[in-house]
Design a protein around this ligand. Structure first.
Ligand SMILES: [Zn+2]
Ligand SMILES: [Zn+2]
Length: 124
């Protein structure tokens, strides 16, 4: 039986809570992206409604989107396209690092929660 082979402290824990080596700095923590790296490399920042680029709070649409609106109405992003996410996304998409899926799914859900909490101007 699986539970008899696990250390006592791990019994009853979800596999997502088991210690795991962080995919960014290789330290040990909970999940494939540890809390320290998530805090350091994925700070919650206000993002533009249209293109999801970081912006100061209170600015909803950037001048580039006003001047040349993209073909979509809105975008959501939790992180910028850069270190370490570019490397992790490539590992997930092209090298079978499927263990990163929960970290990405949580990031997408968090980005959509931020959009849902953000008041939007009324139409019309
Ligand atoms: Zn880490
Ligand atoms: Zn924009």
């Amino acid at each position: 039986m699986l539970s008899t082979r696990l250390p006592a402290a791990w019994r009853g824990l979800s596999p997502r809570r088991w210690p795991s080596q962080c995919a960014v700095w290789r330290g040990w923590g909970a999940g494939r992206v540890c809390a320290d790296c998530a805090s350091r490399f994925a700070p919650a920042v206000p993002r533009r409604e249209r293109c999801a680029l970081p912006v100061q709070a209170g600015i909803a649409v950037c001048s580039a989107c006003i001047a040349a609106p993209p073909d979509f109405d809105a975008a959501s992003a939790r992180v910028d396209d850069g270190f370490p996410w570019d490397r992790l996304i490539a590992a997930f998409k092209f090298h079978g690092a499927l263990e990163l899926a929960p970290a990405f799914a949580e990031a997408i859900v968090e980005a959509l929660r931020v959009v849902a909490r953000t008041p939007r101007p009324k139409d019309g």
